[in-house]
Design a protein around this ligand. Structure first.
Ligand code: HAM
Length: 419
């Protein structure tokens, strides 16, 4: 009975403090770049996610029929909800749209380190801009966040490629349209599935063993010069990637980003630059993933609008922050503990607590008869800053006793000057 659903987490107050601290950093990074927050329901119509590209996410859907026979699903990601919202107001929203959100997402995944069946995913997206300036701005948001929690480019790397690189390679092999996105979804699994399984899946799509070898060769390229050699300097994909690198350099964030052709991403809708953030030690799953998806609205029956964004889970980054000792000690709040000596001073203690609260202090009032020793221990346990004691003689003069817990310093203060 005490066990929750497999792969889900309870957040006790000490966990909530950490979660709120992390989310505050998410909010701050997005707001500092001019993004606005939005939200959407956890429940969506299942058809929003029924894509036929063989993506893992489609097989991991938490779906059910409601009492009215509607086919619904818990959102596995935020992007389709965002697309739905943008489409619903198409033409009425001022472009570019720069929005962010921190939704809980649900996927029936195999639970493992860094992967659960629910996670919170910070989403930051820009709609209505075709140029890589938008993609570069997203990288800047990410770097701002990482710096704000004390992570550096020694800890992390943003690995970037472009679907256009693969599009050029696969196009020359005659693979385009739906087959192109299906191929991307398969090759994204190359590092997780045995080569014969990947080859069989590609051959099912009609891709010859020679073409498979060619794809593998390209995906093995880990630097810009190498991919330029392979595709030729006239390649649009290369020009675009080069310009993204140079813009990111202007933000002073060049050291965070590396080209890596093996970054393909497992979602079918990406169309341009794609990226993932990984720990340099290579011990953890992807911390964040995103990219450009200019044709998603079209697949949902709307008019295409260029878009780019990323999703950033709360689980893997917390593992990294904990391993590096970067989670601050959050037990020290700034609250006051208010204590009235004996039942006759309970009313006075309530007046003192109300005064403190109305002045913006967080005041925890001791509501029962407790011994002084208990009150001290309690104040220490909750990390209070001050203990405000309402004692008979002092209160008769309109004064309370204040003890600063860190220094032990005591003073007598009138109610008016308490804050
Ligand atoms: P995604 O790569 O599926 O992309 O997920 C993005 C991030 O969410 C991952 O890098 C990881 O941090 C986290 N994540 C995903 N699944 C789990 C899980 N089961 N447990 C814990 N964390 C998880 C997307 O969802 C895209 N919609 C992102 C996006 C936004 N692209 C453009 N805009």
């Amino acid at each position: 009975m005490t066990q929750g659903v497999r792969g889900t987490r309870d957040f006790y107050p000490e966990d909530m403090r950490v979660r709120n601290w992390l989310f505050e950093r998410f909010h701050e990074a997005a707001l500092s770049h001019g993004f606005e927050e939005y939200d959407a329901p956890l429940l969506e119509n299942e058809e929003l996610y029924t894509r036929k590209s063989g993506e893992d996410i489609s097989q991991q859907l938490y779906n059910f029929e409601d009492k009215g026979g509607r086919k619904l699903a818990l959102r596995p990601e935020m992007t389709p909800s965002l697309a739905r919202m943008v489409m619903a107001r198409s033409g009425a929203l001022a472009l570019p749209i720069k929005w962010y959100s921190i939704p809980q997402c649900w996927r029936y995944e195999r639970t493992q380190r860094g992967r659960g069946r629910e996670h919170y995913q910070w989403n930051v997206d820009i709609w209505g801009m075709e140029g890589v300036e938008a993609d570069a701005e997203l990288i800047s948001v990410l770097v701002h966040f990482f710096k704000s929690v004390g992570l550096s480019s020694d800890d992390l790397v943003i690995r970037v490629s472009s679907r256009k690189v693969l599009e050029e390679v696969l196009g020359s092999l005659g693979i385009a349209g739906d087959d192109f996105s299906k191929t991307c979804v398969i090759v994204d699994k190359m590092d997780r599935l045995p080569p014969d399984v990947i080859e069989a899946q590609l051959q099912d799509l009609g891709i010859s063993p020679e073409s498979v070898a060619q794809i593998q060769k390209i995906l093995g390229i880990g630097d810009l010069a190498g991919i330029e050699d392979a595709l030729g300097s006239g390649s649009d994909a290369i020009t675009e990637i080069q310009s993204l690198f140079s813009l990111v350099e202007s933000y002073g964030a060049g050291g965070w980003m590396e080209f890596d052709a093996s970054i393909v991403r497992g979602l079918a809708y990406y169309t341009g630059p794609v990226f993932e953030v990984q720990d340099r030690a290579g011990e953890l799953r992807a911390i964040c993933g995103g990219g450009r998806y200019d044709r998603l609205l079209g697949t949902l029956g709307g008019k295409d609008l260029p878009a780019t964004g990323f999703g950033f889970g709360d689980m893997v980054v917390m593992e990294l922050l904990e391993a590096k000792g970067l989670v601050p000690d959050l037990s020290t709040g700034n609250s006051d503990v208010v204590f009235g000596m004996g039942p006759e001073l309970r009313g006075a203690a309530m007046t003192v607590a109300s005064t403190l609260r109305s002045k913006g202090r967080n005041a925890d009032l001791v509501l029962e008869d407790k011994r002084m020793k208990w009150v001290f221990r309690h104040a220490e346990r909750i990390g209070a800053e001050r203990l405000v004691m309402v004692l008979p003689d002092e209160w008769a003069k309109g004064i309370v006793k204040v003890k600063v817990l860190e220094t032990g310093e005591e003073s007598e203060v009138s109610l008016d000057s308490l804050c």
